[in-house]
Write a protein that binds this ligand. Structure first.
Ligand SMILES: [Zn+2]
Length: 65
């Protein structure tokens, strides 16, 4: 079964910065760093973007003759 992806996240604690390996099922949850014991929130990657970024369309100005 695919989908059991391991996410590597570094502890935001500057005094720790330990790389934690958490399963993908822990996305959006809080994991506890074993190094310093601080709670780290696992970011959730947005694969599906509901709203597409609006591309700036240059308006063609017609020369008024
Ligand atoms: Zn830590």
């Amino acid at each position: 079964m695919a989908g059991d992806e391991v996410i590597r996240i570094m502890c935001p604690n500057l005094g720790c910065q330990r790389v934690l390996a958490v399963p993908s099922s822990a996305r959006g949850k809080l994991v506890r760093c074993r190094g310093c014991g601080s709670n780290i929130r696992i970011p959730v990657p947005r694969a599906e973007s509901p709203s597409a970024p609006q591309a700036a369309q240059p308006q063609q100005q017609k020369p008024a003759a």
